[in-house]
Design a protein around this ligand. Structure first.
Ligand code: R5P
Length: 315
């Protein structure tokens, strides 16, 4: 059905890559990836990809540097194997939070990472819910930036939660725009938690703007949960304001540090995340629900390959 379309997966998330393949009715391209005794990564593509439209699927989730380096090496292998076009499919783009100089003498690592990917030979990038949409401009090649919101909202719509009881909560001021989009689709009232960040692992939440919260079903949306400090801090505030039930939702479940412990101890009915990042059995808390991005990514890949509109997916 697809002329010369080739899907290749790195080792970061073969399950998602296989699901995308199932959506497209394609099996994954043959690739061998291994580590040399000193830790260096070796890659060999075991099929002809000369003239092919190659999509390399690799979220740069933890282990971030290993997965990023593996992506760069795969891009180089495809370029040297004469692929016609290489698209880096990065469902979760690591280093995205280092996107500005917020103090003196610090790097902009999101830009450095984008440079590495482009300089390795990627012709395009396909990604989902970048921490800040303007990171698209860090890549000097076309970026298709997908939004997981329709997929996540569909999950909540199926729960049939009463709109007149809902309050959609932004866990910090950076997530307000995203929260408004969910509000538009799910209904309810808007609330915003005032979050102050002191370090990579320390945040403080106290005030809440908007609402009402008392007796309501609160839905908190964030782009990612890393240590869980931001979201559980917001959950505690919402609970203090009298929420009857609390749902938490994030696109990228990075879940590092004490995230599993923090989330497990918080009064959360369900934690809804996408499969942009694979979860280990230890991370699969009983109240975690995972929704798949494979149809969205598969459809976008099909449209890119056929030169059809990708923004049509969100119109
Ligand atoms: C912050 O701007 C992000 O949207 C997330 O709220 C934050 O990165 C999550 O990190 P953590 O889970 O470590 O608080």
């Amino acid at each position: 059905m697809y002329d010369h379309l080739t899907l290749i997966s790195g080792r970061a998330h073969p399950k998602l890559a296989n699901e995308i393949g199932d959506y497209l009715g394609l099996s994954l391209g043959a690739i061998e990836i291994w580590n040399f005794p000193d830790g260096e990564i070796g890659v060999k593509i075991n099929q002809n990809i000369r003239g092919c439209d190659v999509f390399l699927i690799q979220p740069t989730c933890p282990p971030v540097n290993e997965n990023l380096m593996e992506l760069l090496i795969m891009i180089d292998a495809c370029k040297r194997a004469s692929a016609a076009r290489i698209t880096a499919v990065i469902p979760y783009f690591g280093y995205a939070r280092q996107d500005r100089k917020d103090s003196g003498r610090v790097p902009i690592t999101a830009k450095l990472t984008a440079n590495l990917i482009v300089n390795a030979g990627a012709d395009r990038v396909l990604t989902v819910d970048l921490h800040a949409a303007q990171i698209q401009g860090f890549f000097d090649v076309p970026v298709d930036h997908l939004y997981s919101a329709p997929v996540l909202d569909d999950y909540f719509k199926k729960l049939n939660l009463p709109a007149d009881k809902l309050v959609i909560v932004s866990p910090d001021e950076g997530s307000i725009k995203r929260t408004l989009q969910h509000l538009q689709h799910l209904g309810g009232e808007l609330a915003i938690v005032d979050k102050r960040r002191f370090s990579a692992t320390q945040t403080k939440q106290a005030h809440l703007i908007g609402g009402p919260i008392d007796g309501r079903i609160a839905l908190l949306f964030d782009d990612m949960i890393t240590t869980g400090g931001s979201i559980t801090g917001a959950v505690n505030v919402v609970q203090q304001f009298g929420a009857a039930e609390i749902y938490v939702c994030a696109t990228h479940p990075v879940l590092c540090g004490k995230a599993v412990e923090n989330l497990g101890a918080a009064p959360i009915k369900e934690i809804v995340v996408s499969n942009s990042i694979p979860l280990s059995p230890q991370q699969m808390l009983p109240n975690i629900r995972v929704v798949s991005l494979a149809p969205l990514l598969g459809e976008a890949i099909k449209r890119i390959h056929k030169n059809e509109s990708v923004s049509y997916l969100f119109d």
